[in-house]
Write a protein that binds this ligand. Structure first.
Ligand code: HEC
Ligand code: HEC
Length: 327
C-alpha cells in the first residue's frame, strides 16, 4: 500500500505540474502556443486530475472508513457455539478460506489455511492481490482479540481499521451477534496451521482508483452495532437469514432476483422462476446434488456445495423464502 500512496503523490505532483504548464501556455504571447499548448496541457491536466482524484478518494476510503472501535468481547467458546460456528463456516467461509491445491485454487477442505488469490483467479489481477487469510490460530488471527474478529465480520475492517476489500463486500454485517460469536468460537477451536505465503490485500493504484470511482459497487452504509436473527423455523423470514449466511443473497441480489454484471463479476440469474416450478423435495434434491430436475447441472459459478451442507430445516426455510412474494 505504501507504493500506492507514493504513486498518488507522484500523480498529484504531475497534475500540479500539468496545471502550471497549462497556465503558462494560456498566458503565452504566441497564439499557436496559447491554443495548442493550452489544449494539450489542459487535457493532460484533466486526465491526471481525474486519476489522482479517484485514486485519492479510494485510498481515503480504504484507510479511513470510519469503522467504530472493536468491541471488548470475550467469546465463551461453549460446545454449542463451536458446533454452530462449524456449521456456519462450512457453509459460508470454507469455499474461499480452505486449503489451496498446487494451482492455488481452494480445495474446499480443511484446514482453513487460506492462500487463495481471488483477484488473480477471477481475472482481475490487474488491481493487485486479494488473498484469503489463514483463519486457524496459526495465522494472523492469533494476534487478534475476539472483538477484532467480530469487527472484521461486522464492519469489514482489519485490526488497524483499514477496509478489507473483499470481506467488506460480503454480507456478514447481517449475521447476528450470536452467530458472529459462534464463528469466532469455532475459529479459535481449530488446530493451528502455520503458513508462510502472502495473504490479505495488496491492491495497486488501479485498484484504489477503481474503488474510489465506485466501480466495485456502491459504498456500504454503516453497519448496526447489534444484529438479532429472526427466530429459527421454516418461515420465509428465517429463510431470508439462511440466504444471508448461505451467501445466496450476496450473489443473487438482496431479494434473490438476480444481479447485473459489474466490472468484476458476471451477471447472475434470478432463481425465482425455476424454484417456483419445484416442489420442496425437488428443491432440496437440486441443492444437494447440484443438478436441476431437468438433468442440467449448475455451472461452476454456482456454489451449491454450500447449500448441500445445510440442514433439512434450513433448506426448507430457504425454499419458503424464495417462493414467498417479493417484499
Ligand atoms: C469470496 C471469498 C471469501 C469468503 C466467502 C470469505 N472470505 Fe474472509 N477473506 C477473503 C479475502 C480475499 C481476504 C483478504 C482480505 C480482503 O480482501 O478482504 C479475507 C480475509 C479474512 C480475514 C482476515 C481479516 C484481516 O484482518 O486481515 C478474516 C478474519 C476472514 N476473512 C474471515 C472470514 C469468515 C469468518 C468468513 C465466513 C463467515 C469469510 N472470511 C468468508 C475472502 C473470503
Ligand atoms: C458465487 C455466486 C453464487 C452464490 C453464492 C449462489 N449462487 Fe445460485 N447461481 C449462481 C450462478 C452463476 C448461477 C447460474 C448457474 C448456471 O448457469 O448453471 C446460479 C444459479 C442458481 C439457480 C438456478 C437458476 C435457474 O434458473 O436455473 C438457483 C435455484 C440458485 N442459483 C440458488 C441459489 C441458492 C439457494 C444459493 C444459496 C444457497 C445460491 N444460489 C448461491 C451464483 C451463485
Amino acid at each position: 500500500m505504501l507504493i500506492t500512496i507514493l504513486v498518488f503523490l507522484v500523480l498529484l505532483a504531475l497534475t500540479l505540474g500539468a496545471g502550471w504548464l497549462t497556465w503558462r501556455a494560456v498566458r503565452a504571447k504566441r497564439l499557436w502556443v496559447k491554443i495548442a499548448g493550452g489544449l494539450g496541457a489542459g487535457l493532460g491536466t484533466l486526465v491526471l486530475a481525474a486519476v489522482t482524484f479517484f485514486g485519492g478518494k479510494g485510498l481515503a476510503a480504504f484507510y479511513f472508513p470510519g469503522a467504530p472501535a472493536a468491541p471488548s468481547l470475550v467469546v465463551a467458546g461453549t460446545p454449542e457455539q463451536v458446533a454452530r460456528g462449524e456449521y456456519l463456516v462450512t457453509i459460508a467461509c470454507r469455499g474461499c478460506h480452505s486449503a489451496v491445491d498446487a494451482q492455488g485454487m481452494p480445495t474446499g477442505e480443511l484446514p482453513l489455511s487460506g492462500g487463495f488469490n481471488l483477484s488473480v483467479a477471477e481475472g482481475f489481477g490487474f488491481i493487485g492481490d486479494m488473498t484469503a487469510e489463514n483463519l486457524t490460530p496459526g495465522g494472523k488471527l492469533a494476534g487478534y482479540s475476539d472483538g477484532d474478529i467480530f469487527r472484521v465480520l461486522r464492519h469489514g475492517v482489519n485490526q488497524d481499521g483499514h477496509v478489507l476489500a473483499l470481506m467488506a463486500s460480503l454480507p456478514y454485517n447481517q449475521l447476528s451477534d450470536a452467530d458472529t460469536q459462534a464463528i469466532i468460537a469455532y475459529l479459535r477451536s481449530l488446530p493451528p496451521v502455520a503458513t508462510t505465503g502472502q495473504t490479505g490485500d495488496n491492491l495497486n493504484y488501479i485498484g484504489a482508483a477503481m474503488f474510489g470511482a465506485g466501480m466495485f459497487g456502491p459504498a456500504r452504509p454503516p453497519s448496526p452495532e447489534t444484529v438479532t436473527a429472526p427466530p429459527a423455523g421454516i418461515t420465509a423470514e428465517y429463510g431470508r437469514y439462511v440466504a444471508t449466511f448461505g451467501e445466496c443473497r450476496g450473489c443473487h441480489g438482496p431479494d434473490m432476483t438476480g444481479t447485473a454484471a459489474t466490472s468484476v463479476s458476471p451477471a447472475i440469474p434470478n432463481p425465482r422462476p425455476l424454484v417456483d416450478t419445484l416442489t420442496a423435495d425437488q428443491f432440496v434434491a437440486m441443492m444437494r446434488s447440484g443438478v436441476r430436475p431437468d438433468g442440467v447441472a449448475f455451472a461452476e459459478g454456482m456454489p451449491w456445495q454450500n447449500a448441500a451442507a445445510m440442514t433439512d430445516d434450513d433448506l426448507a426455510a430457504l425454499y419458503t423464502y424464495i417462493k414467498a412474494p417479493l417484499p
